[in-house]
Design a binder for this molecule. Structure first.
Ligand code: ADP
Ligand code: SF4
Length: 679
């Protein structure tokens, strides 16, 4: 191990237990929760195998009145939960890591749609997710019930052999709400001054400590970044009240959009500015996240005494083997998180987690995929991969690791496809890590041969003498308006030539003057291009068929930031309007609700609606030649099959490589429909 990284491998005591190193997978949601214990246990096991000293669950409900479906959460409600969690703790222990559980009571911030029980909170408040109900103000009996529920959950956690238990006191959940004077308006012993507002959390910590005994450490997830205009010292005063009570402080900003800031809006380590004063006022160890992938930055923040332990959710998702790679001096093998937040969509949509950089994330149990170990090939077949964007790169990379001979042809002079052009857009530079990681791996895979400047045609393919051909030729953006809202190209656009699409913009072909950006895509490209053009001197109007900017950003925790950023940059916003026509500088818009027509004048229109797969070469080969006699298989993957996210393209590349030579290929589809309780 490199001497300068040794500090990251010093053991550290967390109350009665000891973490073997300073790598700590903080609680993070997975879209699995209590519904999919096998998927969950296998996924967490891979993190432990990859060297994380501590591996935590996601938020774990202590009682049915703390229910958040369709967002999956863990639970410790009864004996069956103990059994389910034990699957995880035993797998985590097998690799010498500690297992932690984040005990959670929601309050007004949970959906309660599954159990239909009114959540308890400091007062009766409207549901924070926008659902039409309020929480129930806690009375004396409720305090006693909650103490009992925490106690019972702690006992169950002990029985499930957890090593760390949490009190989750952040993110507008119950134990957070008690802290805040602008929320806690109680006039009993649990409200009022700092002493009153901290009374309940003190009681809970004491209960947890009692049950933890010498078997478990007690952690608190806490936010030191509160911004109370009336009392700027409020959070600090509160912290001082309990600073020595737990065995570990897990500090993160309370605002999800900041804590979970995507790389578009926050840089590595940005979170630390909210917490770096805390370590000076507690003797207890401090862990904090910051989307850290730079090993030098990790060492630095420990040396500077901002934290004792490096917390990570996303870096551990993108590379579960990050600690091992540092320990084994294989920094170049680290698969760096790109900060895209696709991992968060699983939780938001109620489906298992996925990751752009790590296609095996969430598939450890269901498909038996491993982030580092791939099954060896069974034949000496060789494969021609056509196109080296994300899907082609991942296919070549995974096939290479299976020891196949791979010929990968790329038309351009560099690999990377869409990640190269997109990473040149403002604030998307981290996207290039998708290409960098795979190219780095090719240096160790002599069996993968990349041919640049090699635009393939049918003759080249037929002459290639390979057994398998896979098309990863990507897609191109349309300019004709076809998309979600227009099921046919918009007819009255034809006479205009000043229509652009994202491919034009990314090639540097930019409009000027008044520009309308039409967003029927609902993700990041339209807002990014709008803001970029505005900053370059255009007068931009963003028109969308949606009712918000970047609708899909609701699932990646980015929607608020995208809309805020457009407003701040001066882009004009028009919502819920479709384009009817564009001629003589006039765009006619139709209201999505009333069909009422309005118009705006513009010098140019940027269409961001949908893409066309680049599949003509594939069809030419399949339709004009007897491919069955020539090749064992000819397939398409990624955007050339069905345009989607970069994460989907990478996943497709891995799936192709894993399924090659697999006679049970179709069974995987069957596996996907396993009953929920088996997952
Ligand atoms: P995906 O996201 O599915 O990987 P991309 O659009 O990012 O798709 O990448 C597709 C890549 O395929 C591009 O780099 C493009 O230059 C390359 N490509 C397209 N057609 C050919 C071809 N006929 N021969 C070689 N490379 C091709
Ligand atoms: Fe990082 Fe994106 Fe993977 Fe999440 S999905 S861990 S943000 S690369």
């Amino acid at each position: 191990m490199n001497e300068k990284y040794k500090i990251l491998f010093d053991p550290i005591k967390i109350g009665p237990v000891t973490s073997k190193n300073r790598f700590y997978q903080v609680p993070h949601c997975t879209g699995m929760g209590w519904q999919r214990p096998n998927m969950l246990a296998s996924m967490r096991e891979v993190k432990a195998e990859g060297g994380w000293g501590v591996v935590n669950t996601e938020y774990c409900s202590i009682h049915p009145s703390s229910d958040d479906l369709p967002h999956s959460y863990a639970s410790l409600w009864d004996k069956s939960d103990i059994k389910a969690h034990h699957k995880m703790t035993s797998k985590v222990h097998n690799h010498g890591a500690l297992a932690g559980v984040e005990l959670w009571y929601s309050g007004a911030n949970a959906s309660s749609q599954f159990t239909r029980l009114a959540p308890l909170d400091v007062n009766s408040r409207p549901n924070l997710k926008g659902l039409p109900f309020q929480s129930r103000k806690m009375d004396k009996q409720d305090f006693s019930d909650l103490r009992r529920w925490f106690k019972q959950a702690a006992i169950r956690a002990r029985e499930a052999e957890f090593d760390i238990i949490y009190a989750y006191a952040n993110h507008s959940y119950l134990l957070h709400n008690f802290q805040k004077s602008d929320i806690n308006d109680r006039n009993d012993a649990y409200g009022g001054d700092t002493k009153g507002r901290s009374k309940f959390i003190k009681e809970i910590i004491e209960i947890l400590k009692e049950e933890a005994g010498s078997q478990m450490g007690v952690a608190i997830r806490f936010s030191p970044d509160e911004d109370n205009q009336n009392d700027p010292n409020e959070t600090l005063d509160f912290f001082n009240e309990i600073s020595e009570m737990p065995d570990l402080w897990d500090l993160t900003p309370s605002n999800w959009d900041i804590e979970l800031g995507s790389s578009r809006f926050t840089d590595e380590g940005d979170n630390l500015k909210f917490i770096n004063h805390i370590k000076k006022i507690t003797t207890k160890p401090v862990v904090a996240v910051g989307r850290f992938t730079s090993v030098d930055a990790m060492v630095n923040i420990i040396k500077k005494e901002f934290v004792d332990i490096i917390g990570a959710a996303r870096p551990s998702i993108a590379d579960p083997f990050l600690p091992k790679k540092i320990e084994e001096d294989r920094i170049e093998d680290i698969r760096e998180c790109i900060g895209c937040n696709i991992c968060y969509t699983g939780d938001q949509l109620g489906v298992p987690i996925r990751c752009t950089q790590n296609p095996t994330m969430g598939e450890e149990w269901r498909r038996g995929w491993h982030p580092e170990i791939l099954p060896p090939k069974k034949t000496n077949d060789s494969i021609l991969v056509i196109g080296c964007g994300p899907s082609g790169l991942e296919a070549a990379h995974s096939l290479g690791k299976r020891d196949f001979t791979v010929l990968a042809a790329e038309a351009k002079k560099i690999t990377g496809g869409r990640v190269v052009s997109e990473s040149n857009l403002p604030s998307l530079n981290a996207w290039i890590r998708v290409k960098d990681y795979r190219e780095q791996q090719f240096l160790k895979l002599p069996n993968v041969n990349i041919f640049l400047n090699s635009k393939m045609n049918v003759k080249d393919i037929l002459d290639s003498e390979v057994e398998h051909v896979v098309f990863a030729t990507g897609s191109k953006w349309r300019s004709d308006g076809f998309g979600r809202s227009n099921t046919r190209p918009i007819k009255q656009l034809i006479e205009n030539t000043n229509i652009y699409n994202p491919d034009d913009i990314m090639k540097g072909d930019l409009p000027s003057g008044n520009v309308v950006v039409f967003d029927d895509d609902y993700y990041y490209l339209a807002p990014i291009i709008s803001e970029m053009l505005q900053k370059k001197g255009c007068d931009v109007t963003y028109v969308t068929t949606s009712s918000v900017v970047c609708e899909f950003g609701n699932y990646t925790s980015e929607q608020f930031n995208y809309q805020k950023s457009l407003i701040n940059s001066g882009v004009k916003l028009i919502f819920s309007k479709n384009i009817v026509s564009y001629s003589n500088k006039e765009i006619k818009l139709s209201c999505m609700y009333s069909n009422k027509i309005s118009s705006i004048n513009t010098d140019a229109l940027v269409m961001i609606t949908s893409r066309l797969p680049n599949d003509s070469l594939y069809y030419q080969l399949c339709n004009e030649y007897d491919i069955r006699s020539k090749f064992k298989s000819v397939k398409r993957i990624g955007d050339c099959l069905a345009p989607a996210t970069i994460a989907s393209a990478i996943y497709d590349g891995r799936k192709y490589a894993m399924e090659l030579e697999d006679e049970f290929y179709d069974n995987y589809l069957f596996n996907i429909s396993f009953p929920i309780s088996n997952q």
